[in-house]
Design a binder for this molecule. Structure first.
Ligand SMILES: Cc1ncc(COP(=O)(O)O)c(C=O)c1O
Length: 433
C-alpha cells in the first residue's frame, strides 16, 4: 500500500466536493476512523501485514494481459487488460475490503457491516470478515438480490448475514441508507466497510489508497512487458469510482496518459434510464454524506437509475472524480446496456474471458477508440471483475430482447392483416358472401 496522498484537504474536501454531511452522531465515529486510518496506514507493521495478505491470500499482483486477439480484431492500438477479475473472489473490491477489515481489527471492532450492489463488495467483505474472525452483515437491495443471486449464496456460505433492503428503488442507494442506519446504532463495536470512493471523509481517500495498488502494479508491469510505464489511454468503468481511481491514481501526474471513465449509459437518455452522472443528468447535491454530482430531479429528489450492471447502478459519483472532471484530467463517457453486452460477448468469444458487466462498459469504449489509433499505441483497460455473477443477467437480457423482437414481428404481422387494402378486400368478400 502506498502512502496516503495530499488530496483531499484537511476537512475532506476535493475542491468543492466531498466533506462530511452526516448526522451529529456520526461525526465522532468518523473522526475516530480518520485518526485510526491516518495512524495505522503510516505504520510499517500494518502495511506489511496488508501487503502479505494481498500477496499470499488475495493473489496480488494480478496479471497484466496483452489481449492479442482482441487487438487484432480492432486492428489498431495494442490492448492490455489489468486482470482484477483474477483477484480472489473475482473483483477488485477485495483490495479495499481486506484493508478496511484489517483496520477494523486494529481498532478493536468485532463486527463489520457493508452494502453491496453487484454483490462483489459484499462477497469481498464477507471473505475478509471470515479471514479475520469478524461478524459480518451485508445490506443489499431486493432487486440486486434477485439479479445477483449467486453472490447472495456466496456471502451466506462465507458466514455473513445478507439483509435484503426493500425500500426505495431496492438497489445500492437504499442498501447504503440501511448500512448507515445500522452504523449509527452500533458504532461502538461495528466498523462500516464502505465499498467505493463515496461517502463522508475519510472514506473516499481511504478506499482510493487501498485500491491504488492496481495502477501502481500496472505501471511496473507495462514497463516490463511493453517497455513503457505510460499507456496512451487508460480506461475503467465508473460506478462509485473505486476501480477507476485505483487504476488512475498512478497515472494522474503523467500527462501523457489520457484517462477515461465509462459510466452506465443504460437504455436511454432520460432521467431514470441510465446512471451517467456527468453530462446532462447530474448536478451538485449531497448523497450518503458527501457533496458531489448526483442524479436528481428539479426538486432535489434522488432520481431512479438503470443499468444492466448492478455495480454501476448508483445515482452519485465519488467526489474526487467530480473534481478530476472539472480539472479536465479525466474524461467521462458512457456505454449503453447494448454496447456492454456486445463487449461481454466479444471478450468471451475472442479471448475466453467472461468479463463482469461493469468491466464490459470499459471494454465497449476500448472497442471504439482502438481502431482509431495506430498499432504502436497502447490502451490499458481495467478488467475490474469476472462475469460469472452475470451469466443469469445476460441470459435474461437476451430473453427480453427475443421477446421484444417477437413482439415487433407480431405487430408487423398485425399491421399487415389490418392494412386498409386488406380490410377493403375483406369487406368486399363479406359483401359478396
Ligand atoms: C466488478 C465490478 N466492477 C466495477 C464496479 C463498480 O464499482 P466502482 O466504481 O467502485 O469500481 C463493481 C461494483 O460492484 C463491480 O462489482
Amino acid at each position: 500500500m502506498a502512502r496516503p496522498q495530499l488530496r483531499p484537504d484537511a476537512n475532506g474536501y476535493f475542491g468543492p466536493y466531498g466533506g462530511r454531511y452526516v448526522p451529529e452522531t456520526l461525526m465522532a465515529p468518523l473522526d475516530e476512523l480518520a485518526k485510526a486510518y491516518d495512524r495505522w496506514s503510516r505504520k510499517r507493521s500494518f502495511r506489511n501485514e496488508l501487503r502479505d495478505l494481498l500477496t499470499h491470500y488475495a493473489g496480488r499482483p494480478t496479471p497484466l494481459y496483452h489481449a492479442k486477439r482482441l487487438t487484432e480484431h480492432f486492428g489498431g492500438a495494442q490492448i492490455y487488460l489489468k486482470r482484477e477479475d483474477l483477484l480472489h473472489t473475482g473483483a477488485h473490491k477485495l483490495n479495499n475490503a481486506i484493508g478496511q477489515a484489517l483496520l477494523a481489527k486494529m481498532m478493536g471492532k468485532r463486527r463489520v457491516i457493508a452494502e453491496t450492489g453487484a454483490g462483489q463488495h459484499g462477497v469481498a467483505s464477507a471473505t475478509a470478515a471470515a479471514l479475520l474472525g469478524l461478524e459480518c452483515v451485508v445490506y443489499m437491495g431486493v432487486e440486486d438480490t434477485v439479479r445477483q443471486r449467486l453472490n447472495v449464496d456466496r456471502m451466506e456460505l462465507l458466514g455473513a448475514t445478507v439483509a435484503p433492503v426493500d425500500s426505495g428503488s431496492r438497489t445500492l442507494k437504499d442498501a447504503i441508507n440501511e448500512a448507515l442506519r445500522d452504523w449509527v446504532t452500533n458504532v461502538r463495536d461495528t466498523h462500516y466497510i464502505l465499498g467505493s470512493v463515496l461517502g463522508p471523509d475519510p472514506y473516499p481517500r481511504m478506499v482510493r489508497d487501498f485500491h491504488r495498488v492496481i495502477g501502481d502494479e500496472a505501471r511496473r508491469q507495462l514497463k516490463k512487458q511493453a517497455g513503457t510505464v505510460s499507456p496512451d489511454v487508460a480506461i475503467a468503468c465508473v460506478g462509485g469510482g473505486s476501480n477507476a481511481i485505483g487504476l488512475f491514481t498512478a497515472f494522474i501526474d503523467d500527462r501523457r496518459v489520457k484517462l477515461v471513465g465509462v459510466e452506465a449509459g443504460g437504455s436511454g437518455e432520460a432521467l431514470g434510464e441510465h446512471a451517467a452522472r456527468f453530462g446532462k443528468g447530474g448536478s451538485l447535491g449531497v448523497l450518503h454524506g458527501t457533496r458531489t454530482l448526483v442524479l436528481q430531479d428539479e426538486e432535489g429528489q434522488i432520481a431512479g437509475t438503470h443499468s444492466v450492471s448492478a455495480g454501476l447502478d448508483y445515482p452519485a459519483i465519488g467526489p474526487e472524480h467530480a473534481l478530476l472532471a472539472d480539472e479536465g484530467r479525466i474524461e467521462y463517457t458512457r456505454a449503453s446496456d447494448t454496447e456492454a453486452i456486445a463487449a461481454f460477448d466479444l471478450l468471451a468469444r475472442i479471448e475466453g474471458i467472461l468479463p463482469a458487466l461493469e468491466s464490459a462498459h470499459a471494454l465497449a469504449y476500448a472497442g471504439k477508440v482502438a481502431p482509431l489509433l495506430s498499432k504502436r499505441r497502447l490502451i490499458l483497460v481495467n478488467l475490474s471483475g469476472r462475469g460469472d455473477k452475470d451469466v443469469e443477467s445476460v441470459q435474461n437480457w437476451r430473453a427480453k430482447e427475443r421477446e421484444q423482437a417477437d413482439a415487433e414481428d407480431s405487430t408487423a404481422v398485425a399491421e399487415v392483416t389490418v392494412h386498409p387494402a386488406a380490410r377493403k378486400w375483406g369487406k368486399s368478400q363479406e359483401e359478396a358472401g
